[in-house]
Design a protein around this ligand. Structure first.
Ligand code: F6P
Length: 551
C-alpha cells in the first residue's frame, strides 16, 4: 500500500511504545493540581490554535515528557507521510483500494488535484455549482411542484453518513436557516417516515434521496414509501418534480425512477461518514443557501491547511489524536464524552459516533494482523448543561476514566437576559462549562470539605476526586465556518489515531453481516414453519414475535 507505514512490526513492540508504557508509571501518581502548581505556564504551553479554534489540553493527565513521547510515536509511525498520502489521493483505504479525499471537497476552485488521471477539484466544483443552481431555484420558488406549488418542505431520506451529517449541520446552523423547512427520515421503522410526513402537503414537499450506494435497504424502503405517498396524491408524473437524488450510482437512481439529470453526484473516494460537505449536504444547502455552504467548506479548509502545515508540536488534530491513543491504549479509558455547550450542537455527539466508531472500531490492522492494544473510543455525550443533570455524577465521582471534550463559544447567536432581566444566559451557560471542567480536573479534597464543617460521615461522599481529564475547545461563535472547522478537527483526529493503530479507518466491513442476516431473516418472520435460523435463541425469539404479531 504505497507510502503508508508498514505494519509488519507490531506497534507495541516499538521502542517508542515501550517508552510510553514505561512512562505510564511516572504519570499515574501525578495530580493535576500538582502539575499546575509546578508549572505556572502550563495552560499557555498546552493551548494550541487551529483556525479560529482555541484548544486547551492542559487539563490532561500528561506532562511535557508525555507529549514528547507521544510525538516520538507519531513520527515513528510516519504520521506526516500518511497524512500527505491521504491529501495526495493515494489509495490509503487499502481494503477497498480507494483514495480517501474528503479534503478535496473543500479545495478552492483555483486548486488542481489530479487523482487516478482526473482533476477532482474541477469535478467537485461542477457539482457544487449544480447544487447551488438547484437550491437557488428551490429557495426562490422557481422550482415548483407538479401542481405549481412552491416547495416549503425538503425531506432528506438517507441513513448513516447520508443522514447524520445533514441532520447535525442543519440543526447546528438553525440560526442561519432561511430556506424551506428541512426534515429527515432515516430509520426503516415506519414510525419515522409516518411521523415526518404527518401534516405535510405532497404538493409542496420535495424529497432528497441521499445514498452513496443507492442500495441501502432503509433508504430504498423509505424512498419507495414516500414515492407512493406522492403518486397517490399527485400522480406518477409528479415524481420528476418531487424527487431528486444524491448518489454515486446513476444507474440505480434511474432504476428507482429519478431522472439522473436530477441527481447530484459524488465519488467513491468520499466515505459516507466524511460526506456532509459533498452533495450529501444538498438538504443543508437548501436550508442555508450556497453562500453559507461555501463558508462551511471554507471552515473545513482552514483546519485542513492547519493539519497539513502546522508543526506536529502545535498541530491540534495530531495532539488530540495522540491523546486519544494515550487514554485508549495506555491508560485504559474506554469512552470519550463530548459535551457541546451549545444546544444547537445537540446531534454532534451522534454524528461523531459514526465518524469515530465506524472509522476506528477495528481489531485488525491494514495487513490483516491483530492489533496488539486497545483501539477505538466509544463516543457519547449530550449538550451542557443538560448532561450535568443526568450523567455528570458518574463523570465526577464514578470509577471510570472518561476523558471529556468541552466545546463552547464566545458569543451566542441568540442571547437572552437572565431571570432578573440583566446579565446573559449565554454567560450562565459558559460559566457552567468552565466550572465543570475545573471541578473535574481539580476536585475538592476531604480536608477542604472538613474545613467547611461538613459532618464526618458525609465527608467521603462529598469528596470530589479530581484528576479527570478534559479538552476545552473555544470558538468565537457557532457559524458555518466554525462548524466546518470543528468537523474537520475530529476527522483528522480520527485519522491520526487510525495511523498510530495501523488500521484502515475508511472501511466498515463490520456492518455487512448484520445486513445479510436481516435479509435472510426478513422472509422467515412472516412464515409459519420452523424458523431454522441456525440458533436456538433466534428461533425462539422469532416464534414469540410471530405469536405477538398476531395478538
Ligand atoms: O451501513 C453503514 C453504511 O455503509 C455507512 O457507512 C453509510 O454512511 C451508510 O451505511 C449509508 O450508506 P449509503 O449512503 O450508501 O446509503
Amino acid at each position: 500500500m504505497n507510502d503508508m507505514p508498514s505494519t509488519a512490526e507490531s506497534l507495541t513492540e516499538t521502542p517508542e511504545w515501550r517508552a510510553l508504557l514505561a512512562h505510564r508509571a511516572d504519570i499515574e501518581p501525578v495530580r493535576l493540581r500538582e502539575l499546575f502548581a509546578a508549572d505556572p505556564g502550563r495552560a499557555d504551553t498546552m493551548t494550541a490554535v487551529a483556525g479560529d479554534l482555541v484548544v486547551d489540553y492542559s487539563k490532561h493527565l500528561v506532562t511535557a515528557r508525555t507529549m514528547e513521547l507521544l510525538l516520538d510515536l507519531a513520527r515513528a509511525v510516519g504520521i506526516e507521510q500518511a497524512r500527505d498520502a491521504m491529501f495526495a489521493g493515494e489509495h490509503i483505504n487499502v481494503t477497498e483500494d480507494r483514495a480517501v479525499l474528503h479534503t478535496a471537497l473543500r479545495l478552492p476552485r483555483s486548486a488542481r488535484l489530479v487523482v487516478d488521471g482526473q482533476d477532482v477539484v474541477a469535478d467537485v466544483h461542477e457539482v457544487l455549482d449544480a447544487m447551488g443552481e438547484f437550491t437557488d431555484r428551490v429557495r426562490d420558488g422557481r422550482w415548483r411542484g407538479a401542481t405549481g406549488e412552491k416547495i416549503t418542505t425538503v425531506v432528506n431520506i438517507g441513513i448513516g453518513g447520508s443522514d447524520l451529517g445533514p441532520v447535525m449541520v442543519t440543526r447546528a446552523l438553525r440560526h442561519y436557516h432561511d430556506g424551506p423547512q428541512v426534515r429527515f427520515v432515516s430509520n426503516v421503522d415506519p414510525a419515522d417516515l409516518t411521523g415526518v410526513l404527518a401534516g405535510l402537503d405532497p404538493a409542496s414537499t420535495l424529497f432528497v434521496v441521499a445514498s452513496k450506494t443507492f442500495s441501502t435497504l432503509e433508504t430504498l424502503c423509505n424512498a419507495t414509501a414516500a414515492r407512493r405517498w406522492v403518486v397517490a396524491a399527485l400522480g406518477e408524473q409528479a415524481v420528476a418534480s418531487h424527487f431528486v437524488a444524491v448518489s454515486t450510482h446513476a444507474e440505480r437512481v434511474a432504476a428507482f425512477g429519478i431522472d439522473p439529470v436530477n441527481m447530484f453526484g459524488f465519488w467513491e473516494w468520499v466515505g459516507g461518514r466524511y460526506s456532509v460537505d459533498s452533495a450529501i449536504g444538498l438538504s443543508v444547502m437548501c436550508a442555508i443557501g450556497r453562500e453559507r455552504f461555501a463558508e462551511l467548506l471554507a471552515g473545513f479548509r482552514m483546519v485542513d491547511e492547519h493539519f497539513v502545515s502546522a508543526p506536529l508540536e502545535r498541530n491540534v488534530p495530531v495532539l488530540l489524536g495522540l491523546l486519544g491513543v494515550w487514554y485508549t491504549s495506555v491508560l485504559g479509558a474506554q469512552s470519550r464524552v463530548v459535551l457541546p455547550y451549545a444546544n444547537d450542537l445537540v446531534r454532534f455527539p451522534a454524528y461523531l459516533q459514526q465518524l469515530t466508531m465506524e472509522s476506528n472500531g477495528k481489531s485488525v490492522r491494514v495487513d490483516g494482523s491483530a492489533v496488539s492494544c486497545a483501539t477505538g473510543e466509544i463516543f457519547w455525550g449530550e449538550p451542557g448543561t443538560n448532561g450535568q443533570h443526568a450523567f455528570f455524577q458518574l463523570l465526577h465521582q464514578g470509577t471510570h476514566l472518561v476523558p471529556a471534550d468541552f466545546i463552547g463559544f464566545g458569543r451566542s447567536t441568540d442571547d437572552l437576559p437572565v431571570v432578573d432581566g440583566s446579565g446573559s444566559m449565554h454567560e450562565v451557560l459558559m460559566a457552567n462549562m468552565f466550572a465543570q471542567a475545573k471541578v473535574l480536573a481539580f476536585g475538592k479534597s476531604a480536608a477542604e470539605i472538613r474545613a467547611e464543617g461538613v459532618a464526618e460521615e458525609l465527608v467521603a461522599h462529598k469528596v470530589m476526586p479530581g484528576g479527570r481529564p478534559s479538552t476545552t475547545i473555544l470558538a468565537p461563535v457557532l457559524s458555518p465556518s466554525s462548524l466546518g472547522q470543528l468537523i474537520a478537527l475530529y476527522e483528522h483526529e480520527v485519522f491520526v489515531e487510525g495511523v498510530v493503530w495501523g488500521i484502515d479507518s475508511f472501511d466498515q466491513w463490520g456492518v455487512e453481516l448484520g445486513k445479510e442476516q436481516a435479509s435472510v431473516l426478513g422472509p422467515v418472520l412472516g412464515g409459519v414453519g420452523d424458523p431454522g435460523s441456525g440458533d436456538g435463541s433466534t428461533d425462539n425469539l422469532i416464534r414469540t414475535y410471530r405469536r405477538m404479531a398476531k395478538e
